[in-house]
Design a protein around this ligand. Structure first.
Ligand code: ZN
Ligand code: ZN
Length: 541
């Protein structure tokens, strides 16, 4: 047990030389009366002890809340007279170490608390939160505290990641630097210029490797500021550029696919169409039921891919682009338990009727309205669901409440791109057959498909030495957008070859860029560059 004196030592364990005279509740406030102990003060100018008291007055200091109450310390302080002859200071006010600062109206501990609130939730939300915590701190005073945060101690960085971030609603750009090995942000630069980057690097001769995208600014700045460093073009950036080239190819060849569709898809309501043709026109020919473990393996792989990119700080949309999935799917894989995903994958296998809806509608409108007969037909085609489901579906068609199935549409360039950029084992059976149709209809897309697959394999398997061959093949017979991509690689060749060769990538930079976006949004874009920099560096994830 502690007595009254011991209790105050628990409240201010780091403070020495404070004598508490008493405490009482005044309205919402806990008032603590105290004074400095000891008979002498230390002159801040000459470091001599002074004992002559000039006068005494009371300071009010806000401290951390206690018992749910706002705390104000009424501190009686002495003004001492310095008697040292050589000292220019005639009087000074005593300070209690680790409790008070000159002119400060907050105790050190409360100042740190307000700072922590500001770092965690920002000025505006911080002011609201402070009220609930029993702390009086408005938006401005929180921001003022944040500005006083010191820079984190500068550490030496061996592998540097660099990228740009949009500043002030995207009109101007800044540069973010991170330590790729620790994923920590190191510094924020106020612009995106080769000069600024080079100047920063000149102060950091310890940098051995620079991971970056392929924008000219960082390449040039890096070569000037750190001639010793090796450059690595980030492989995700490379894949991203390749994806754009493939999408441009798909866009340029839409006409090839239109011809294909006109050839294979007759009008749905053509009564004369025979069964063989009917099978060709339904949205997707019923494939053999894939063994369950294949679907489950795909689910597992997709889950792992999504979480891998998520850890690198990719946004939902960015993951969708890289993996060729829509945002809804990505979000589901990012937020749902793997067990749950596997369970629903098992259920989806039983949602068999979906694959046959278009066929059933076609047959129904052609006059085959008998549920038992339709069940036999689709059973022969591989339907393994129950008869009841078919009967119910036929009933909805009879009552006119069935949703009309769309006829096969030309896949968009974006979809085609996502199929091409995905590993074949990650394609569903319908996607696989749709892609095959696309590739059969357009030789250029078939070439793009082969080249993109090889590039992805080179990247995945770290075979940077195979890149020259790949570029030569693209330049020999690749479609035009891929040729442009290959030519652009050659302007930054060393860094590009390092991308798929070395283990480093600047994936962590993207995470930090997203954090900057978040911090900017939190302050409604009103944070100055200095404040933004303080926040980014003060709060490493
Ligand atoms: Zn003095
Ligand atoms: Zn074509």
């Amino acid at each position: 047990m502690v007595g009254a004196r011991g209790f105050w030592e628990l409240v201010w364990p780091e403070v020495e030389g404070l004598v508490v005279d008493g405490a009482r509740v005044v309205g919402e406030m806990l008032r603590i009366d105290a004074h400095g102990g000891g008979s002498a003060g230390l002159c801040p100018a000459c470091r001599c002890e002074a004992t002559r008291v000039h006068d005494v007055y009371t300071r009010r200091l806000a401290d951390r809340p206690l018992g749910g109450r706002r705390v104000v310390v009424f501190l009686r302080v002495r003004r001492f007279r310095c008697d040292e002859v050589s000292c220019w200071k005639r009087t000074f006010v005593e300070q209690i170490a680790r409790l008070t600062t000159r002119y400060g109206r907050l105790t050190d501990a409360l100042a740190r608390m307000v700072q922590a609130i500001g770092v965690a939730v920002g000025g505006r939300a911080g002011a609201r939160l402070a009220t609930h915590l029993g702390v009086r701190a408005g938006h401005d005073s929180i921001v003022r505290r944040l500005r006083k945060l010191p820079d984190p101690p500068s550490s030496s960085v061996r592998v540097l990641g660099v990228d740009e971030f949009a500043f002030r609603r995207g009109r101007t750009y800044g540069t973010i630097l991170i330590d790729v090995e620790t994923h920590r942000p190191i510094d924020l630069l106020p612009d995106r210029s080769a000069d600024t980057f080079a100047a920063w690097l000149a102060e950091h001769p310890e940098v051995e490797i620079i991971c970056r995208d392929r924008c000219r600014v960082f390449g040039e700045g890096g070569r000037r500021g750190a001639p010793q460093a090796e450059h690595v073009a980030d492989r995700w950036h490379l894949l991203h550029s390749l994806t754009s080239a493939v999408e441009r190819t798909a866009h340029a060849h839409r006409a090839c696919l239109r011809k294909d569709v006109e050839y294979t898809v007759p009008e749905v309501r053509d009564e004369a169409v025979d069964l063989a043709n009917a099978r060709a026109l339904i949205e997707s020919p019923p494939p053999m039921d894939p063994p369950g473990n294949q679907i489950l393996a795909r689910t597992r792989q997709r889950h792992a891919d999504v979480h891998d990119l998520r850890e690198r700080g990719y946004t939902i949309s960015a993951i969708g682009r890289v993996l060729g999935l829509d945002r809804k799917t990505v979000r589901r894989f990012a937020t749902t338990d793997l067990d749950e995903l596997l369970a629903s994958a098992r259920v989806r296998r039983t949602g068999e009727i979906d694959r046959f809806r278009a066929y059933l509608q076609h047959r129904f409108h052609a006059g085959a309205t008998n549920a038992a007969g339709l069940f036999r037909e689709i059973h022969e085609q591989g339907y393994r669901g129950s008869r009841v489901v078919v009967t119910k579906y036929v009933a909805t068609m009879r009552s006119g409440t069935a949703v009309p199935e769309a006829r096969r549409v030309i896949p968009s360039p974006r979809r085609i791109t996502s199929w091409i950029m995905r590993r074949p084992e990650n394609l569903g059976d319908n996607e696989r057959s749709d892609l095959d149709r696309v590739l059969a209809a357009c030789p250029d897309l078939a070439t793009a498909h082969a080249l993109a697959g090889d590039f992805a394999a080179i990247t995945r398997e770290r075979r940077g030495s195979d890149l020259p061959d790949w570029v030569a093949r693209v330049l020999a017979d690749g479609p035009q957008p891929l040729q442009s991509f290959a030519i652009s690689l050659q302007t930054d060749w060393d860094a590009v070859v390092n991308g798929p060769t070395l283990q480093w990538s600047s994936g962590a930079v993207e995470g930090q860029v997203n954090r900057i976006k978040f911090l900017k949004r939190r302050s409604y874009g009103r944070a100055s560059f200095e404040l933004l920099r303080t926040l980014v560096l003060a709060q490493p994830p």
